[in-house]
Design a protein around this ligand. Structure first.
Ligand SMILES: Nc1ncnc2c1ncn2[C@@H]1O[C@H](COP(=O)(O)OP(=O)(O)OP(=O)(O)O)[C@@H](O)[C@H]1O
Length: 318
């Protein structure tokens, strides 16, 4: 069963109109993209800074209205102009746990908001549910009457996760959930997320620039480049047998213990200018395999092997 399906979802940020002349076309942060996530699956989302990960995530949780496209959760299309429709179905866990929590509210008050607003629970029911969720993220009950700044990064991220769980969502979008944490704490939070997924029957979208973490936690992975999906497939295939030269570049650029860093094959290290996008494949300027076709015609996502799709005119072998 599909937990989430997006169809032709896109976001363009308009730019200010100059005093004279035509308005510029705007920044196409997410170009029309479509994919689905199965219930219980963890879908990793990777790509370098500026590729549209956060814009996509914010649209998925109703924080940002798409320019076009559709979002379906558990088979139902959501009204993307109505953020309230999202809360009970999909929740966001932010990268920076402390600044995502209201500093003037106690943790109990923070936890109560979704329980009251989304589920209409009365005070005793809210207290009971808050205690249950707190226990499931391994936090002590006495923490409930403290303020966000009193917690370490790892504890604050558990609170951020608890707040998201309080909405009883089907899906959680985890946006770099461990990158702000000490390495020693990262594994604890990742283990907790795995336990919660099983306990609450959740589906995860896991955004990270840390490919080792994405490979470890994801069933399938989406690779974004310049606002588009350039490759999607099972995590092991994406990392061991990438079809798109950009996926290979990402994998080769990631430091792995015990492996010497190779100089990745590429011509340039710059992303194209979003205000002046190239006509063909957006990666052509950096790709050593690029031909005239790549510079003139945008490649479409197409099947390449079992459960793997890539948008490339000259996919890699093997
Ligand atoms: N509010 C905005 N107005 C105009 N352009 C924006 C806005 N937000 C994002 N962008 C642009 O959209 C593109 C995608 O940005 P986005 O933040 O989604 O990327 P990202 O992959 O999440 O990057 P990072 O990992 O650095 O957060 C970038 O070119 C960015 O400059």
């Amino acid at each position: 069963m599909q937990a989430l399906k997006i169809s032709e979802l896109a976001k363009t940020f308009p730019l200010a109109k100059p005093l004279f002349g035509k308005a510029p076309p705007g920044v196409r942060a997410v170009r029309p993209m479509s994919f689905a996530v199965e219930k219980g699956e963890t879908l990793g989302i990777v790509g370098e800074s500026g590729c549209g990960k956060s814009t996509l995530a914010r649209m998925l949780v109703g924080l940002l209205e798409p320019t076009k496209g559709q979002i379906e959760i558990a088979g139902k299309a959501l009204d993307t102009a109505d953020p309230a429709a999202f809360g009970r179905l999909i929740q966001y866990v932010f990268q920076d746990p402390i600044s995502s929590l209201n500093p003037r509210k106690t943790i109990r008050q923070i936890m109560e908001v979704p329980l009251k607003r989304l589920h209409g629970l009365d005070k005793p029911a809210r207290d009971k549910r808050t205690r249950e969720i707190f226990a499931s993220v391994n936090l002590r009950e006495e923490f409930l009457d403290r303020y966000p700044h009193e917690f370490s990064g790892g504890q604050a991220q558990r609170i951020g996760i608890a707040r998201a769980l309080a909405a009883s969502p089907e899906i959680m979008v985890l946006d770099e959930p461990v990158s702000a944490l000490d390495v020693s704490v990262q594994a604890q939070v990742l283990n907790l997320l795995a336990e919660l997924k099983a306990q609450f029957n959740l589906t995860y979208l896991f955004i990270s620039h840390d490919l080792a973490v994405v490979e470890a936690v994801s069933d399938r992975v989406v690779v974004l480049y310049f606002g588009s999906v350039v490759e999607i497939g099972r995590a092991e295939d994406i990392f061991k047998s990438p079809k798109h030269p950009y996926t290979k570049l990402l994998a080769e650029s990631a430091p792995v213990v015990g492996r010497a860093l190779t100089a990745p094959e590429q011509k340039d290290s710059e992303l194209p200018d979003p205000l002046n996008p190239p006509p063909g494949c957006a990666f052509a300027g950096r790709c050593v395999h690029a031909t005239e076709l790549c510079r003139t015609e945008e490649p479409r996502l197409r099947p390449m092997g079992e459960d793997q799709l890539a948008a490339c005119h000259h996919p890699l072998e093997g």
